[in-house]
Design a binder for this molecule. Sequence first.
Ligand code: SF4
Length: 364
Amino acid sequence: MTDEAEIGQPLAPRRASRRIWLGKVAVGGGAPISVQSMATADTRDRERCEDQLRQLQAAGADILRVAVPDMDAARNLGALQRAITLPLVADIHFDWRLALTAISQGVQGIRLNPGNIGGAAKVREVAKAAKDRGVPIRVGVNAGSLEKRLLAKHGGRATPEAMVESAKDEIRLLEDEDFTDIKVSLKASDVSTAVRAYRLAARAFDYPLHLGITEAGTLQGGSVKSAAGLGILLAEGIGDTIRVSLAADPIEEVRVGLSLLRALGLRRGGLTFVACPTCGRCEADMIPVAERVEKRLSSLRGEVHVAVMGCEVNGPGEGKAADVGIAYGHNGVGLLFKKGEIVARLPAAELEARLVEEAEKLAK
Ligand code: SF4
């Protein structure tokens, strides 16, 4: 039998990594694993982008990223960073001048690959500017855009070994400029490739690792894929910050990322939610209630365990680990329970609102 004290305990010691800071958020060196997401709004549309970044912050993200396709987008970065209290990361490809503008605009992180911004002199300029402003750089290796030279060397395939070699080459370009404020990602859309690449990287260097399964898919499929890949790595103690990439509203990325960390005992606080699957005993339309309650309470900061159960026979008992829960019953009546003890009998129509009220009170 599982000891109660063992429930929710992390599965493995965390890999030792260096600590870097994105603004006030620590990454690596034993810092809490942070959840990232990326705005889908056009960075050139300042108002829309600010709006979305604020929503992602309210949903509980720790670090936010925006694409920087051109100079118009880069010039908006200062305003976007000021619109939120979280660190903003500028995602840059090919043009080193965008990186310099992003840094001067005051972003708190850059994602780029030193190998694709135009040579050693440009890397030097960017590394110098980033160092002067204390802005870390994420080396973002992606299986889909690996250098041709490395593909040729590794049999024409983006193998885990090829990905790690790419990361090491990119890191070396920054280290040559005496820049070590680095984190690294090695994303692939194939779970097995990504997991093996991160395992190799975890042994190859001690920079913090940003985990992700890239182009994972839509809300359901992408969440499953990300939970599988990131779950394996996190359970092995690998990973300092994560992004669940979804072809969905990015708020879902934040929700799924937070749920994943909570499920592995790597994040305290916020909502832990259980709902029974329902069966022939359930006389209410419970599943939409469970969906609404979870959505409504998902951005709570305080720690609270909530249960939505389909019947009074097993409801309070099955949900006894919950701080507060409801169980539907017979003839339009249901139960409100706390810690498995029934505290009120209520009309079924009132259960949902009462549960939300009680959970919000407890979370404060
Ligand atoms: S709590 Fe009741 S309704 Fe839900 S699965 Fe268990 S027996 Fe069925």
